[in-house]
Design a protein around this ligand. Structure first.
Ligand code: ADP
Ligand code: MG
Length: 390
């Protein structure tokens, strides 16, 4: 998939409206993890070195179209200034005459950070009027916010459609190239591992993957809905009763397409997440499955090792609790050890990889949870379509 890149743009002396994903986790207005800000630094530096005047915008949290002081981008701007060791101008508004004035005052390499896009209700509605006002803040447009590419919001779609000169930033380009390899002629066998809390969150992904992969390994809480569909007793495990029928259909579709679907054969069970844990191949009435067991880790790992392409999304158990982290760790290690092309997507799965210190042994860790899952389904992301359109 080819996208226009920043090297294709003439940015010298011009205002670049740069959409970034600076949606960092906050605790009472204080940034608790600046990974996303750090990840954007090379993009910012490359544009500054090319002589751009930068107008940076992002959303932050869920202010629901209102001004929420604890969700102000001012803390992000301050952190950015610190990391860049540069002076940054902060606009107390997202759009408007004053902001436009500030954008025109910027010198080459200068940076203006806009207030939270989502303080304006027009952002999520992809309101044309809001998009017009954003348009007025730049001469060219760069989108490097992969995590927001699946959202048809004003700063992602509406405004992009209005620019003639536009490009994907390096982070978006890297994600798109890496994920596209899963879609276009992946080396086989192609193995997907899916876990996480709910079948309902991931139905579309499971469905799309069934027509692409050779084997599907299921873990996490969603495994129990599948096991229930097979008539296996799952005790008090997290089951979505209204999705059992759907799980039956998915199982049938795997059979029909000759995709091997694997379900856990043993479990780490307890009466509650706080209870004493034991390993068992069956789940008694009063127990719940909170992680895949060691036998499952062993057999899944063997299959993963044979994969030429491996995609993993969703933890294998309630990995936030140490007693139920073993399955996720085991699978993370198997993916890291696999010699094939390996991609991990999903917020919690990526967090698990980082926690187990395996990041440098994975071919690609996708930073965009929802966006990467939609991409892997073969959906056209609105933000990407807007960059490609004339
Ligand atoms: P990702 O963010 O990687 O897409 P999800 O958000 O779908 O992953 O799922 C992660 C959540 O699933 C975690 O909070 C984890 O505790 C939960 N989970 C996984 N397995 C189980 C289980 N067996 N029982 C209860 N919760 C589980
Ligand atoms: Mg999650």
């Amino acid at each position: 998939m080819s996208l226009p890149g920043i090297q294709d743009l003439d940015v010298a002396g011009r205002r670049v409206l740069l959409r970034l994903d600076l949606n960092v986790p906050l605790n009472k207005g204080t940034i608790t993890d600046s990974t996303r800000i750090e990840a954007a630094l090379p993009t910012i530096t490359a544009l500054r070195e090319a002589g751009a005047r930068l107008v940076i915008c992002s959303h932050l949290g869920r202010p629901k179209g209102q001004r929420v002081p604890t969700l102000s981008m001012v803390s992000v701007a301050a952190r950015l200034a610190e990391l860049l060791e540069a002076e940054i101008c902060f606009a107390h508004d997202t759009v408007g005459d004053d902001v436009q004035y500030l954008s025109r005052e910027l010198g080459e390499g200068g940076i203006l950070v806009l207030e939270n896009l989502r303080f304006n209700s027009g952002e999520k509605r992809n309101d044309p009027d809001f998009a017009n006002k954003l348009r007025a803040l730049g001469d060219v447009y760069v989108n490097d916010a992969f995590g927001a590419m699946h959202r048809a919001h004003a700063s992602i779609v509406g405004v992009a459609e209005q620019f003639e000169e536009k490009a994907a930033g390096p982070l978006v380009d890297k994600e798109v190239q890496a994920l596209d390899k899963l879609l276009t002629g992946p080396d086989r066998p192609f193995i997907a591992i899916l876990g996480g809390a709910k079948v309902s969150d991931k139905i579309d992904v499971i469905d799309a993957l069934i027509s692409r992969v050779d084997a599907l390994l299921i873990g996490g809480a969603m495994a129990y809905t599948f096991l229930a569909a097979r008539g296996v007793s799952v005790g008090k495990s997290l089951v979505e009763n209204d999705r059992i029928e759907l799980a039956e259909k998915l199982l049938a579709r795997c059979k029909q397409r000759r995709v091997s679907l694997f379900l856990p054969e043993d479990h780490v069970v307890a009466t509650s997440p706080k209870g004493e844990s034991t390993i068992s191949s069956t789940i008694e009435e009063e127990m719940m499955g909170l992680d895949i067991g060691p036998e499952t880790v062993r057999s899944y790992s063997e299959i993963i090792g044979r994969g030429s392409t491996v995609f993993w999304n969703g933890p294998m158990g309630m990995f936030e609790v140490d007693a139920f982290a073993g399955g996720t760790r085991g699978i993370a290690e198997a993916v890291a050890a696999a010699e094939g092309y390996t991609v991990v997507g999903g917020g919690d799965s990526a967090a698990a990889i980082n926690r187990f210190d395996l990041a440098d042994r994975i071919s690609h860790i996708s930073t965009g949870g929802g966006a990467s899952l939609e991409f892997v389904q073969g959906k056209k992301l609105p933000g990407i379509a807007a960059l490609q359109g004339a």
